[in-house]
Every structure is written in structure tokens, then in C-alpha cells.
Design a protein around this ligand. Structure first.
Ligand SMILES: [Zn+2]
Ligand SMILES: [Zn+2]
Length: 306
């Protein structure tokens, strides 16, 4: 049986990677780093052919991860790698490393924590279809320079939340008073007049009881940030139209079962190109372009049918 593992990465737009519809690691859009949600641009799916010839595919997703600084056996400590690692999960680190390997990211920083995100060794090929020339063009991927991820503070993430979701329906840092909540819809019970914050209610993480919600005295404020929000460098938030999950963004640390992606039928994948064969002909390390002719006898058929 032929089985493919396919990694899809959304192409960056204005310097940021847009979210994939089925991210492998569905982190919230706003988190502890400026490029935090770039990892949600990556999807990993498995595809295979059933006995009846139909191809099917299913996106994979994470179910659980740990903060890097509390994962045992990794040796990742704040004293060794800096305060940043307190806000990185192992999944996030691995996703950045993996995505960076395919995208050929080159970090413009020598900070200790950045060393944890250096891409895996190995060359990456780009394959483009030259329809007019009836051939595939194979080249070596360009390296992309990236500044180090910047750790945001609570006020910076609050500003991003406000910009993204507005302040009319979202309380940031301070629990709303009774009467602030919207008129309840049919299934709004438990979602209004609550003290637990959005993240704790909607992440489906049974461990997040919205505890340790100590008021922070940072910058003289009295706002709240619970354990879960703290790990995201965010104040707790309470969203009025809580039934409308769009406002709640995406869960963190534990993916709710509702996010399990579905199996679906797909067209047969395109033909594979024998890259190993090209490798042997190519000696030049940089930018050498190897051309490979697509079935010369076939005319007008670029769909790659076998
Ligand atoms: Zn909470
Ligand atoms: Zn919270």
C-alpha cells in the first residue's frame, strides 16, 4: 500500500504565515511571541489508497504537549536558554524547527533559545511545473532570513487582542460585572456570568480551573492572568458573545475532541519525481537547476496522470 505524508505550509502574506484550515498545532492567533501563530500555518496529513482504488486523506493534529521548561529529560532551562523557553511548548519548538527546515529559515540571532529552533540539516528541493516547456524544474530552495521571535509582554498581547477583537465584546484582565453579559441564547448556560476565563472554558483542558488568577501588579495594575493565560503571556479575557466560537480563537495545550479532523476522499496524488536520480547528476551545491523531462510522448496532459 502506498502511503504519503504530506506537509502543507501556507505561503506568507505581508511577512506572516496565514492560518491553515487544519493546523497540526492549532495555537491561538495571539500568544507569547510575535510570530507565535506561524506554526498554525502548517498542516500534516496522511494519505493512502484504499483497496477499491480511492485515495483518502486525514490531517493529523496534536493532542497533548508540555512546556519546554517543564518537559523532563530535555535539559531546557531558563538559566541555560533564557526566559523565552518558559513560554514555549515542546510542540511549538518542534513545529518551528520542522517548518524552518522546509522553509529554510536562517535565524538572524545567536541567542541561546534560538539555537533550539535551528533547522534540521538537509537540502530542500523546489519543484515547479513549466507547462509551456512540458517539464518540471527542480531547484534548491532559497534560504529565508528571519529575525528571532520576540517575547511579548502582557500589555503588548492585550493591544493585539484589542486590535483583533475590539474592546466592546471582550473584557481584558478584569472579570466583567453582572449585567455586562449578552442576553443568553438557547445554549448559553455556563457561558455567561462566569468567572472562569475564555481560555479555561474553551480550551477543554480539564486541568485549567482558572486557578492562580492572582492580580498582577505589573505596571501598577490589578488585572488577572491565570495559569493558562500566563503561559500565553496574556491577561485573562471574557468574551460576551461566547457562543460564537469565532471570538474565542483556538485552544491551547489540549486540542478538544471536536477538532479531530475528518477523513476525506481525495483525487489520486500527482506522480512522484525521482529526486534521488537528479541528486546523482548534480554536483553543484548552490542553485544548480536540474531539468527533468516529463513523459515526452504525452501531449497536452499536465495533470500528471500515471
Ligand atoms: Zn483561566
Ligand atoms: Zn485566563
Amino acid at each position: 500500500m502506498e502511503v504519503n505524508i504530506v506537509v502543507e505550509i501556507m505561503i506568507p502574506h505581508n511577512g506572516r504565515h496565514p492560518r491553515h484550515p487544519t493546523p497540526f498545532y492549532p495555537v491561538p492567533d495571539i500568544g507569547p511571541f510575535d510570530m507565535y501563530s506561524d506554526v498554525a500555518a502548517m498542516a500534516i496529513r496522511i494519505e493512502w489508497q484504499k483497496d477499491d482504488g480511492q485515495w483518502i486523506s486525514r490531517p493529523l493534529t496534536l493532542t497533548r504537549t508540555k512546556l519546554a521548561s517543564s518537559a523532563t529529560g530535555t535539559g531546557i532551562t531558563t538559566t541555560k536558554f533564557g526566559p523565552e523557553v518558559e513560554y514555549m511548548t515542546m510542540a511549538w519548538l518542534r513545529c518551528v524547527k520542522f517548518m524552518g527546515s522546509l522553509m529554510q529559515w536562517e535565524w538572524q540571532s545567536k541567542k541561546p533559545f534560538v539555537q533550539l529552533m535551528v533547522r534540521y540539516p538537509g537540502r530542500v528541493r523546489c519543484i515547479e511545473t513549466d507547462f509551456l516547456g512540458q517539464k518540471y524544474v527542480v531547484s534548491i530552495a532559497d534560504k529565508i532570513k528571519r529575525p528571532e521571535p520576540k517575547l511579548l509582554d502582557l500589555e503588548q498581547t492585550a493591544a493585539l487582542l484589542r486590535k483583533r477583537y475590539g474592546s466592546e465584546n471582550m473584557m481584558i484582565g478584569l472579570p466583567p460585572k453582572k449585567g455586562w453579559w449578552a442576553v443568553p441564547g438557547e445554549d448559553m448556560r455556563g457561558l455567561i456570568n462566569r468567572t472562569r476565563c475564555d481560555m479555561c472554558v474553551f480550551s477543554n483542558d480539564n486541568r485549567s480551573k482558572c486557578t492562580n488568577r492572582k492580580a498582577s501588579h505589573e505596571q501598577g495594575t490589578e488585572k488577572f492572568s491565570c495559569d493558562l493565560c500566563k503561559s500565553l503571556r496574556r491577561w485573562c479575557t471574557w468574551t460576551r458573545v461566547a457562543n460564537d466560537r469565532v471570538h474565542i480563537e483556538y485552544p491551547f495545550l489540549v486540542v478538544p475532541f471536536s477538532l479531530k479532523y475528518k477523513l476525506q476522499g481525495i483525487p489520486a496524488p500527482p506522480i512522484n519525481i525521482d529526486l534521488l536520480n537528479i541528486d546523482s547528476e548534480e554536483k553543484d551545491e548552490d542553485k544548480a537547476e536540474a531539468m527533468t523531462q516529463v513523459d515526452e510522448d504525452e501531449d497536452e496532459d499536465e495533470d500528471g496522470e500515471e
